[in-house]
Design a protein around this ligand. Structure first.
Ligand code: ZN
Length: 143
């Protein structure tokens, strides 16, 4: 079953995340600082190193992989919604090393920016709240 709601674009913010910042923390702080509780994020750039997660559907736990090398951000796609009453950024990232080999996963803290340009689409008109989902053991949108 697919569940949807209609949302409106309130505004679009373009910017860059500074050298040395933790990418996930910075995007979360940006949403908190601008009271953005619903949105869509895209970004490209480069990282000094990355930390990405993989959700094991059997054990229902994330495992994290530290990729301790400079890489390009080929793509970051994510969304913003509410979890525990605060803006929550859920993003996935695709990276490439100097040979063009790709790595990726669920963006986790510990991904350190070299340079990053992002576009944040700020939506309004609906509230998306993450609640525990028993089918997946994840916090998914309560639609
Ligand atoms: Zn994820």
């Amino acid at each position: 079953m697919t569940l949807t709601r209609s949302v409106d674009t309130k505004n679009v913010i373009m910017g860059r995340v500074g050298f040395g910042a933790d990418l996930l923390r910075e995007l979360t702080a940006l949403c908190e600082g601008n009271n953005i509780t619903l949105g869509w994020i895209q970004a490209i750039g480069a990282v000094q190193k990355a930390n990405v997660g993989f959700y094991d559907q059997e054990t229902r736990e994330y495992s994290y992989k530290n990729l301790d090398m400079p890489m390009e951000i080929l793509n970051l796609t994510g969304n913003v919604s509410l979890k525990d009453g605060k803006p929550f950024v859920h993003a996935h990232i695709t990276l490439a090393d100097e040979e063009g080999r790709s790595f990726g996963g669920h963006l986790a803290e510990g991904t350190i920016v070299f340079a990053c340009e992002f576009i944040l689409h700020h939506f309004s008109g609906a509230v998306y709240t993450r609640v525990f989902d028993k089918d997946t053991d994840l916090y998914l949108w309560d639609l």
